[in-house]
Design a protein around this ligand. Sequence first.
Ligand SMILES: [Fe+2]
Length: 335
Amino acid sequence: MIKIILSMFVLLASLSAEEVNIYTHRHYPSDEILFEKFTAKTGIKVNVVQANSDQIMKRLEEEGKYSPADLLLTVDAGRLYYAKQKGLFQPIHSKFLESVIPAHLRDKEGYWFGVTKRARVLVYNLDTVDPKTLSTYEALTDKKYRGAILTQTSANIYNQSLLASFIAHKGREAAKAWAQGIKDNFARKPTGSDRDQMRALAAGMAKVAIVNTYYVGQLMHSKNFSDKAVAEMIGIFFPNQDENERGAHINVSGIGVTKYAKHKENAIKFIEFLCSEEAQKVFTSVNYEYPANKNVAPSKLLQTWGAFKEDQIDLSLLGKYNAEAVQIFNEVGWL
Ligand SMILES: [Fe+2]
């Protein structure tokens, strides 16, 4: 009898327990820390489903209104835009989020919010390149960089978004000329991750690579001795900084409440927590990303890389021009 009463208590407790269900394709220690902190603070249990970005989006789409997911956390504004177009999100309003997340880092109608900012910049080989000779993304198409540029394939969404930003700012023709010029200067057929580009750069294969800054932080703090050495051999350069220039390309990791969320209030609380000063400090110090909350300073390490002017383009445009960017990559043979 006591056993039955006890198990009824357990059942009741689990039924009344607050929870929130997250689909994510981020796989960083910073996020694990934050899930735990959120539960400790609010008593709301965080259930996480992790998979690659396409799988997780497809799963959400197929599950429709039966999906247990309350939130979708993913990287790149192109994907967030796509999720909104596919009807996977619902709009939310939060005075806090609207006041701390700058307008260009979130969806205007509240379907998604940037939680971290990442800059896609130039890194250079300290031995062979004087940073005074670097200036813009456009300058890398010059003949003097023939055989000297490294970056990922065009399947990489970070490159798709970078090219989409060119389309948004300068039109299709200029974007295509840039993609063609970079492709003509490749040091090798694109392969590997951003970290792999930096490994090849440090090995002397090229002069400049186009990568996201947090990967530099990851190499610096790697347990792998040779990756630490790679980080010591490269410098970070923020391009397009002159007065008449648009600034370095930035993107976000972002989150939205799913259309059929069963725990909407908890989901909003979770997004507000991720954008709080406490959580933003974890993102910037543990994963080397820039805070999306305008009131939170980057970590000390990121501050040593210097302040920079960022492209303030409405990030939804990266999604809007994604298909056109992919088409251009195919046309110029940046595959
Ligand atoms: Fe990444």
